[in-house]
Write a protein that binds this ligand. Structure first.
Ligand code: C2E
Ligand code: CA
Ligand code: CA
Ligand code: CA
Length: 278
């Protein structure tokens, strides 16, 4: 498996090519994992570029196998989406992030907005609005401390239902971010029609910004677009000081990436909240 911040990553199984038998057993394993509480949220810090302060934490799901190995979402989210299990996993993730946020609040740690990823498949289901509403009520967490990350494909699936869903989330006081901005097939009019508060620049555009080519132009344009529409911008996948300097020069609001930190287990985030690194 891959190593991330000292955490051992495992592949679900050696023969995970998606032959239907394995896919079926992966689905069964995911059902079991959910019932057995084998999912865990890691959190990746988002840093305000101007002040170097922590301004957000993106929750990223991990599957901790009983043998201790960690499985990355790319290895199981697609199967969860296909089987429909993503709705239950997504409900779990929203509830877990809210509970974690409330626990940190109860400990007197500084409030930091938490972002939760929501798949397009899950988004066509108004049930997540109830999940969010109930989660907020149960935990007492301020709605402004939650952000929901959707992708452009969410809005493409069914524009009318997406509008209803996104407006309902917005009405709860929860923020809406467009994830992987620029990689989907949406039109810019989505940004006008939906109550979006934040754009996340996909890391495929951030990697090359040092070289002043097309990616630099796209990043510069995205930042100007977001600010022109009154939205904030987070750059993903920031790995180098050169990338950070470029983003700072363009007035990008926040950055997230290995330059600052990999996604961390909750216990490690807690230490960060108690005593931010210099
Ligand atoms: P994403 O939402 O675009 O998340 C960013 C991914 O980039 C994460 O991968 C993160 O670990 C990785 N990353 C962060 N900084 C860097 C960097 O500097 N360099 C590089 N190369 N990578 C970086 P991860 O955690 O494996 O998640 C993959 C995808 O799985 C996510 O992409 C998201 O689409 C999905 N996902 C994660 N958690 C959830 C969840 O709770 N629900 C749903 N529906 N999808 C999730
Ligand atoms: Ca995301
Ligand atoms: Ca992303
Ligand atoms: Ca991505």
């Amino acid at each position: 498996g891959k190593i991330e911040g000292g955490h051992r990553y495992a592949f679900y199984s050696p023969e995970m090519n998606t032959w239907s038998r394995e896919r079926l057993s992966l689905e069964a394993a995911l059902h079991h994992a959910l019932a057995n509480r084998e999912f865990e949220l890691f959190y990746q810090p988002q840093i305000d570029i101007a002040t170097s302060r922590l301004v957000g934490l993106e929750s990223l799901i991990r599957w901790r196998r009983p043998d201790g190995g960690l499985v990355r979402p790319d290895a199981f989210i697609p199967a969860a989406e296909e089987s429909g299990l993503i709705c239950s996993i997504g409900d779990w993730a929203i509830g877990e992030a809210l509970q974690q946020g409330a626990r940190w609040r109860a400990e007197g740690l500084p409030p930091v907005p938490l972002s939760v990823n929501v798949s397009a498949r899950q988004c066509s289901d108004m049930r997540i609005v109830d999940t969010i509403r109930h989660g907020l009520a149960d935990t007492g967490l301020e709605p402004g401390l939650l952000k929901v990350e959707v992708t452009e494909s969410t809005a493409m699936h069914s524009a009318e239902r997406a509008a209803e869903l996104l407006h309902s989330i917005d009405a709860l006081g929860v923020g809406l971010s467009v994830d992987d901005f620029g990689t989907g097939y949406s039109s810019l009019s989505l940004l006008k029609r939906f109550p979006i508060s934040e754009l996340k620049i996909d890391r495929s555009f951030v990697g090359d910004v040092g070289r002043e080519g097309d990616d630099a132009a796209i990043v510069r344009g995205t930042i100007a677009l977001a600010h022109g529409l009154g939205m904030s911008v987070v750059a993903e996948g920031v790995e180098t000081q050169a990338q950070l300097r470029f983003l700072a020069g363009q007035g990008c609001d926040a950055a997230q990436g290995y330059l600052f930190s990999q996604p961390l287990p909750a216990a490690e985030v807690r230490e960060w909240l108690k005593a931010p690194p210099p």
